[in-house]
Design a protein around this ligand. Structure first.
Ligand code: HEC
Ligand code: HEC
Ligand code: HEC
Length: 433
């Protein structure tokens, strides 16, 4: 499709309605409100709000292969934020990755995805960031990257080579309006590919839209794995119903299929759960159409012994006086009260089954290890959700034997349970274990 013609066209002049500094324009409340919604869809807060920090005041550390950079203050403060940005400056930062003073931004700002934003949506976002967000005086922090890697000019070359050149969104006329809305959200504001698309040599996403090789095929991410979400029936979301996908994106949980923890839990908590059901349905429609990328081995959604096949489960031996090995005792003590002795979960689905669960059934066990060590803590539209962290209560050896037990009971036949050393790595520096 057309988004990739490199420098083939000079960027069209923006036909933007709000062109001068905000003070001279009457505030359009409906536009500010629309911008607030789009800011949710783009999850601007994920990177621009530091833990305990003021909303959108920046300063969140982000590790890159060459060092740590810090997100910037995008509140409308005139001195330290983007108060002096015109709508053109703002559009240029979002879609071309260029700051007001002309320096090229690191692609840690997902401008290659945001390049699809329409003029209309840029204007609404601008209205929100100028009028709907409190100005905060907070200086931006320089990166910890040292010379010569801290020079910004190579980023221009990166942008030239890898970032989509055309801006805006060209609907695919052969598809429905719903599909096009889904494509706009997934490829653009939702920047799903930032996590779900594997990266190439220069840390660029291998593709930015349906039809590009390996688009959304699954990728590693700081000790997590963002699964394959292409249309593949067994390894992607091709076997999910639309309703299951919408429920997942809205609540983070489809019992007997998948839950959301870590970076996806955050994406749902801060962004996706605020989207309308129509938008989520559009995302589902689009995702299921993304060309399937298959993986070797059986589906991660079809693992674990069904709970009614009790004889085959060691769970039956897990009674008070039966001889129990350490791993089974750990499972009984730490997991069974919620997920059941046989991993069947609770009746109402609040505590999901570990059978047919995508994290449990995957060969990529980073996510499972993270969840066991660090638990889950997530705000949902229905209230708070909690799975306790075991980090402080379990040694690396104990965690390794628990993981081996989980894999044997509920896991993928090709999965390799992590060693105590790997667990120590994922746990991070902690001298006590
Ligand atoms: C995945 C992380 C991430 C997300 C999501 C994100 N940003 Fe950014 N953004 C960054 C980082 C990091 C920088 C600074 C990059 C640099 O210094 O090179 C930045 C820079 C910017 C800048 C330039 C600011 C300046 O100081 O000149 C603007 C404007 C901006 N972002 C707006 C947004 C908006 C609006 C959204 C939501 C639609 C958003 N960002 C979402 C990471 C993100
Ligand atoms: C910040 C990184 C990040 C972003 C952005 C992100 N995801 Fe995810 N996603 C993940 C991770 C990590 C997982 C695995 C979660 C887990 O194991 O609990 C995941 C899981 C999923 C799953 C469940 C897959 C399964 O088999 O369990 C779906 C569906 C999904 N994401 C869709 C999306 C969509 C749609 C978007 C964009 C609107 C998106 N994700 C954006 C990181 C991300
Ligand atoms: C206090 C209750 C509780 C205990 C104890 C508990 N969990 Fe959970 N678990 C939960 C909840 C709640 C969720 C999240 C459900 C959701 O997202 O809707 C969850 C989710 C999970 C998931 C899915 C994670 C994902 O990202 O998809 C796995 C796997 C899991 N638990 C395994 C375990 C294991 C192994 C143990 C024992 C070490 C354990 N749990 C102990 C309550 C518990």
């Amino acid at each position: 499709m057309t988004r990739f013609a490199k420098w083939s066209s000079v960027l069209p002049p923006l036909a933007l309605a709000v062109t001068t500094a905000h003070a001279q324009q009457p505030v359009d409340d409906a536009q500010v409100k629309k911008g607030a919604y789009l800011a949710k869809a783009g999850d601007c807060t994920a990177c621009h709000t530091a833990p305990e920090g003021e909303p959108f005041a920046g300063g969140l550390p982000m590790s890159t292969p060459i060092g740590t950079i810090y997100s910037t203050n995008i509140t409308p403060d005139n001195e330290t934020g983007i108060g002096r940005y015109t709508v053109e400056d703002f559009a240029n930062a979002l879609r071309n990755g260029e700051a007001k003073d002309g320096h090229q931004l690191y692609p840690a700002m997902p401008y290659p995805s945001f390049s699809t934003l329409t003029d209309e949506d840029v204007e609404a976002l601008y209205a929100y960031f100028q009028h709907g967000v409190e100005p905060v005086a907070k200086e931006n922090r320089d990166s910890d990257i040292s010379w010569p890697l801290n020079m910004r000019w190579p980023l221009n070359i990166w942008a030239w080579m890898f970032a989509p050149d055309e801006v805006g969104f060209t609907p695919d006329d052969s598809q429905s309006d719903e599909w096009n809305r889904g494509a706009y959200l997934v490829e653009g504001l939702g920047h799903c590919g930032t996590c779900h698309t594997p990266r190439g040599m220069a840390f660029q996403e291998k593709g930015y839209e349906a039809g590009d090789e390996d688009y959304l095929a699954g990728a590693e991410l700081d000790g997590w794995y963002a699964f394959n979400i292409t249309g593949d029936e067994d390894h992607g979301v091709g076997g999910w119903s639309d309703e299951q996908l919408v429920t997942y994106l809205e609540s983070g949980s489809v019992p007997g299929k998948a839950q959301a923890a870590g970076p996806m839990g955050e994406a749902i908590e801060h962004s996706l759960r605020f989207l309308t059901r129509d938008d989520l349905k559009a995302i589902a429609t689009y995702l299921k159409s993304v060309p399937a990328v298959s993986e070797p081995g059986p589906s991660r959604f079809a693992q674990g012994t069904p709970a009614d096949d009790v004889d085959r489960l060691r769970g039956v031996a897990l009674t008070e006086d039966a001889p129990q090995d350490q791993a089974a005792r750990l499972y009984l003590g730490a997991c069974a009260s919620c997920h059941g002795a046989l991993g069947q979960g609770s009746q109402d689905g609040h505590y999901p089954p570990l059978i047919n669960n995508s994290v449990m059934g995957s060969t990529q066990l980073g996510n499972l290890t993270q969840v066991v060590l660090h638990g889950i803590h997530r705000e949902t539209n229905e209230g708070e959700l909690l799975m306790p962290a075991l980090d402080q209560d379990i040694s690396n050896d104990e965690a390794a034997s628990l993981m081996a037990y989980l894999v044997e009971q509920f896991g993928h036949p090709d999965a390799q349970a992590p060693s105590a050393e790997r667990i120590a790595e994922l746990r991070g520096p902690n001298p006590e274990h």
